[in-house]
Design a protein around this ligand. Sequence first.
Ligand code: AMP
Length: 143
Amino acid sequence: MLVSTILQHKPSGVITAAPNMTVEQLAALLATRKIGAVVVSNDGTALEGIVSERDIVRVLGQRGAAALSAPISSIMTSTVVTCTMDDRANSVLQRMTDGRFRHMPVMAGAAVVGMISIGDVVKARLSELAMEKDALEGMIKGF
Ligand code: AMP
């Protein structure tokens, strides 16, 4: 299954946060939108970084509540692994597993056009495997 197919089953658009947003505001955004990570972008399309709930937990553990007023640019990951619409779910899952992260921005050239989570990819793979199983059963019963 392609990333483009996975994105078709998600609400369109991508949630981004400006680099100067505070950690406290980010926590509120993640809670309100019920998501685990956002793309950090100044203009909503250029990728500056990615920041996840794990980054918030890490900085709170290191610096305590004082970290809540820090800008998210100070806790984000700047070297971001991305994918494109034409990538396959398997390859995205492999890169997430290798890099030990659960989110991946989807790029069209220099613009961020979506975000997929490991949950989206696993769901897509499970439905693909179920279809393969049905097809194989159909072939066996046809003999
Ligand atoms: P996550 O598992 O997505 O909550 O992220 C775990 C850590 O990896 C956090 O420090 C994130 O900032 C970072 N991270 C998340 N997604 C990516 C990605 N696609 N490329 C590089 N780092 C990432």
